[in-house]
Design a protein around this ligand. Sequence first.
Ligand code: ACM
Length: 777
Amino acid sequence: MRRFLPIAACLLALAGHARAADEPAIVPSLIPQPASMQVGSGSFAVDANTTISAEGDAALRVAERFNGFLSAAGKTPLRVLARPVDEQEQGASAIRFRLDTSSGGRPEGYALDIDTDRIDLVAHDEAGLFYGAVTLWQLLTQGEAGRAVLPTLHIEDAPRFPWRGYMLDSARHFQSVAQVKKLLDTMALHKLNVFHWHLTDDQGWRIEIKRYPKLARIGSCRIPAGDAGVDAATGKPVRYCGWYTQDEIRDIVAYAAARHITVVPEIDLPGHATAAIAAYPRLGTEGRKIPVTAFRGIHSNLFNVEEGTFRFLDHVFTEVAQLFPGEYIHIGGDEAIKDQWKASKPVQAKIRKLGLKDETALQSWFIHRLETILQAHGKRLLGWDEILEGGLAPDATVMSWRGIEGGIEAAKQGHDVVMSPTSSMYLDYLQTDSPNEFPGRPAPRLIPMDKFYAFEPVPAQLDATQQKHVLGLQANMWTTDNRSFAGVEHNTFPRLLAVAETGWTPKERKDYASFLRRLPAWTHRYEALGVGYARTPFEVIADAALLPGPGDSPQGDALVTLANPLGYPIRYAIDGAGTDMPKLEYRKPLRIKLPARLRAVALAEGRIVHPVQRFDFSRTGLLARTDEQLQTCTADGPVLRMEDDGPATGVRALYNVAIMAPCWQWKDAPLQDIAAIEVRAGRLPYLFNQRAEEDAARKYLPAKSAHGELDVRLDSCDGETIATAPLPAEAGADGFATLRAPLARELDAPHSLCLRFSGDFRPRMWVLDRVTLSPTP
Ligand code: ACM
């Protein structure tokens, strides 16, 4: 089903208006929640006359950054004085930013006091001053225009964890320097401090290495799968390319540092290496030329273990270490399947020569060698939890992604760990089952906001000493399926707020109900900043089913269920063309007479975060389902939400598909008085890795005719074939084929349907876009 076009700028409930002098102060709505906050009864109005006095270079830098953030949110910057404010100036209300290195205090911590006549921000390091300024920025951008009336308050604050991370995959899809900087700005405003930059993978090498220019020149380009890889006018290949020059990287690293963010680069080894081997085939085990791949999934290309390869890696890390001043370099280490090492004579000879047990021990030896290389450049090694296998390198830090068990094991061994489990921290898993989600991993394994929020990085199994090895947590934005930056922003925000709160706020101060009350203020900040956050959690999702029997109207009746993914209360109206605010409180499913128009909105703290939605229900409409409204056959492997390979420009269709056994199910389809089943089918390139063992697990129905057929079964996928229609050789010019399959017999009750396309037509696959039950005339 096609995504709806992005919803135009949101309606905001509250417009700016002039205030009376006794205007009430805002109720602070901060994410992350400070460690401690007491709110008083007085107020302090910040307006165009308010001055910041910034004493010293650090305070001045922070004040300028603060003003930059105010401007970015459409607010007027405040006047900055590089000195204490004198008596005369006291008349104009003043804010004071001050570093006090003499006092004790926790790293990155600050104290913020708002009094009736002044605001005092003090910290003992510059990062703390910066985060205090971010708190003040959040207070000033809660949603009102112009003057902001702040309550008197006292905040003492410092983060729970030193590692509050966000990973961006720039390898699978590339983001511009401006886009990366936009993410860094938004991270800083969430008080996140580690940007893990996934720069190399099978699908692209994105960092310039001067000594090996082909890494970027060759390794950064691929030909997309399917129609996207062919110029329709000329028939020539279309290339997808992108890499960062060293100047651009230095610029990004400095930009991040100015926002108290450390950039941790990842060069993924010894697997995820296809792009590097495409550039320099001598690095691989097969010595042959291979292309940078456009396929997703795990690939078998591994670096070899020749001494020349370690010299190459030493040279690469020499340049990487110079570009990134942080303590850590991430060397990947994940998903290095050992097929090629098993098959390679030189690799096997090396295993024997080193007296190692097997390929897993060789991977451990490989990582140990990398640690030695990194240490020589003054860096510490960080890797995904597979680096535990065969024994950890002595000073390695582990990023736990296949659950938290790797992190627990590493912490017990006395190693530092960062918790980033797939089940709670992967932003490529979708957040709702709305049809307006971008590509990624859809139901049944959604990771909605509450699941992100509930994640606790410090496992109870660890004792107090071991717990100290948990540096913090990180959310990962893999871009395997997401071409666009809009998709990156949508999948990242607002869920990154949940990560920010867990990373910053003391555990005992976390409270999901309170978080949901504070969330709408952040949607307003996103709007002001132009950050593309997901609206889907704020939508009303409507599900409607035809009710059996004649009902009260000629078209019959339907039962409509409304839900908001975040659980905000819903208001609705059943009417024709109303434009007023829906008033009825939604409490339980609604029985409606068909046809009907329903308007609904979820109210987040009384605020309209998402525009009022309109739903038109009719009998014919309810006889159709899109792929998102059907179940996929999840018992047989992963489900992906995948984007079509065309058109070259404009909106592409998206499909939810169980890739190992494409199959869609409609539970209790109303099949009474139905003559035929119509299906609109789309066609995707089959762009999964093609390892023999995974291919053997693929489940396809054998085709009965030249191009296969639509196969519809009754009650279950092993049931009676109730309808079938031959598939054409090709989809139409619009990328779709419409098939009509008459029912083999009349049915007098609802039944479940299982819909499949027979045949294995790789490198392409048919996918379901929409199914319609066609009534007996
Ligand atoms: C990973 O998701 N392969 C670290």
